[in-house]
Write a protein that binds this ligand. Sequence first.
Ligand SMILES: [Zn+2]
Length: 881
Amino acid sequence: MRTDTGQVFHLEDYKPTDFLIPETHLDFRLHPERTIVKSTLKIERREGVALDTPLILDGDELKLESICIDGVALGDNTYVVTPDRLEIRGLPEAETFTLEITTEINPTANRQLTGLYRSSNVYCTQCEAEGFRRITYYLDRPDLLSVYTVRVEAETSAAPLLLSNGNPGEKGTLDDGRHFAIWHDPHPKPAYLFALVAGDLGVITDTFTTASGRPVNLGIYVEHGKESRALYAMDALKRSMAWDEEKFGREYDLDVFNIVAVSDFNMGAMENKGLNVFNDKYVLAEPDTATDVDYAGIEAVIAHEYFHNWTGNRITCRDWFQLCLKEGLTVYRDHEFSADMRSRAVKRIAEVKGLKAHQFPEDAGPLAHPVRPRQFREINNFYTSTVYEKGSEVVRMIRTILGAETFRKGMDLYFERHDGDAATIEDFIKVFEDASGEDLSQFALWYDQAGTPNLAITYDYDQATKTFEIEIEQSLKPTPGQPSKKPMHIPIQFGLLGTKGREIRPRATKGGLVKDDVIHLRKRKERFTFSGITERPVPSLLRGFSAPVTMTSELTRSDLAFLARNDRDEVTRWQALTQLLNSKLTSNSKRVRGGKPATIESSSIRLLGELAFNNALDEAFRALCLNVPSESDIARELGANIDPEAILGSRDALILAVAEAHGEKFEQLYNELEHHGAFNPDAAGAGRRSLRNVLLDYLSVADGNPKRASKQFKQANNMTERAAALNVLVQRFGTSTATNDALQAFEARYGNDALVMDKWFVVQAMQPGESALGKVNELMKHQLFSLDNPNRTRSLIGAFSSGNQTGFNRADGKGYQFFAETILTIDKKNAQLAARLLTAMRSWRSFEPERREHAREALASIASVAGLSTDVRDIVERTLA
Ligand SMILES: [Zn+2]
């Protein structure tokens, strides 16, 4: 573990390396506790670098065994070595030389899960961002590209499988029960893309022939016996490869593409060249073990990591400040892929929900940072929703501003101009400027200014002149380190709706720039005037959620209901409905406390019913409409003085009112949606199940008893319906016998499958109210639970702290206290995981005073501990600042 040194890194300090490493040869003698790594590096001094310049290599918890240059061992006075640094002086005068370094590492003791570690007897690596330096001393930075040749040697019986990046080469057996394999990757890459896997695993194989006729052998490696659960992932991989050729003209470039699923993994998955390593959660799926959400997640993550081969691997980042260059762009690409595979509008709404749930609170709190940060203390803490999801929104806005065709031209130019480069955001913007001839310098502020812009919108219709005027004022609140902001270029997709939802085309536009159906807001305050408008229109703004902003407008409740019923853009329909419901839910969340809940207006209840029963709409869309804003959505809208109990009361009151009003028709629809055929994870089947499952919740609330959920739980032939029923049982009837029976049945059925049991941990961690904490404590003693495993920890501690509004944010502060103690325990094992979990407290200032004080105390108790990891120290200090 790296304990905090207080060092802060700045974008402005970037300097290229003094030395290059054109070739890297690695030789691994694998051993559970004593793995020997011999690295042979061809080093090249850059032109103009003084001969007495030392070579300084990065390390982390390393033990140096030997070191030589051009075959001669170095004398003690020519180098200085510590576990995290190797400085070599007195280098040869020749322009190039060979450096040989031998280190010894212990993969079994490595619980940080970065570098080389062992998980369930499988050796595997995770090197992004700075894990390679835990394997050997190296110039561990993304702009140092090298051609790798790797020899892996291990005991044959323990590790019959030996994998690394690139194409397979020679392999053979040795006399002492060991064997070896050599891999060569012809594409120069940074160290963070290095990977090695060795162990005893099952495999499914397939082939893909690229557009130009290159055959590629595909392999997905999983625990023995779980091969059939990898078939969907394989299907998703082949669809991803074909899609990238068709939509972006990108072909795969090696003879093999391998994916390995491991059960101990800090992230979702990792795009190592030719050898992706995955959290098994994003590979394994069967109808009996995985939900529709799991299937969609697998499809998206498989695509994401595959797409990195071009956006990330062939064109990588110059430094870690540019992380969004590969992540924002690749998230954008995987979103487009999923939209093509499924319903585009439903996918887009899911993205918007995710952005609002995770990124908006980040932007509004103490951890706010620009899509491209300018400084960091620990890069691992910047794998954030802002870098990924907002980074993707920024790419999406470029496409909206330039149009699909010019956007594609810019992407082609990016691949052509920067293939093989370690690039920057400036390089990325430049290709679109060159492809379009437009100046994007104002737009580029999206990369540099943190926070979510708000648009205040006013309207004016003049019957006499038949003009309609929209005035928009943008504002952006201060964020840490950025007290004042400049106006941004915000693309607002729009339409004007007349009677019966007819689209009104303006004859002409005056004022700010309007192109096709996009308003380009570029000043702090701007007016857009449309002429030839014969009736007062209802404006539909931000169609498709064309920019990651919030809006306050003069639209009346009846305007919003009109949009929810009539707009042709489903994202706007959903947004209008959400806004209508939110305004009631938030005001009721203030009133419920100490008073009686306000009544829910019948017009909103009617509207929900209309949408739910509208057969012309996608079932998945209807389900999204019925999924009224969550407790954390309501909390986010409130922004301050939050009382989670009041929010829960307000939300439950709405659900009960809707259920009582539509009970009969809900029941009829619920029964109609029952499906008896074979399970299909496609969008249509998933949509039908999501609608049926949300109806189950309403009906159970109306019934006031667990019978219906209990029946669905018992009769379900797939995990989506089973898990949804279990969720209703725990959320609505937590202490009932039916709930206990279902929990026991689930455990009896899946008790040997830790990955599936994660769902069982999650559902109980989310049980509303004060009793949840006791439950979590009890489950921590369960034989399957372990704080060593990130998936288990996230399922229980993560779900509780980031998902259970009333249980975690207990009025007495006991939830926070427990969490602080647990974070300190996890920090000693896995600093990255601890820091990631701790971000659950980023919105602590928005609670009512009593909870706020308890939260502050808990955070202070973490901050007061000596010897914290850099990861946790960084998050806790920024959260308290
Ligand atoms: Zn990625």
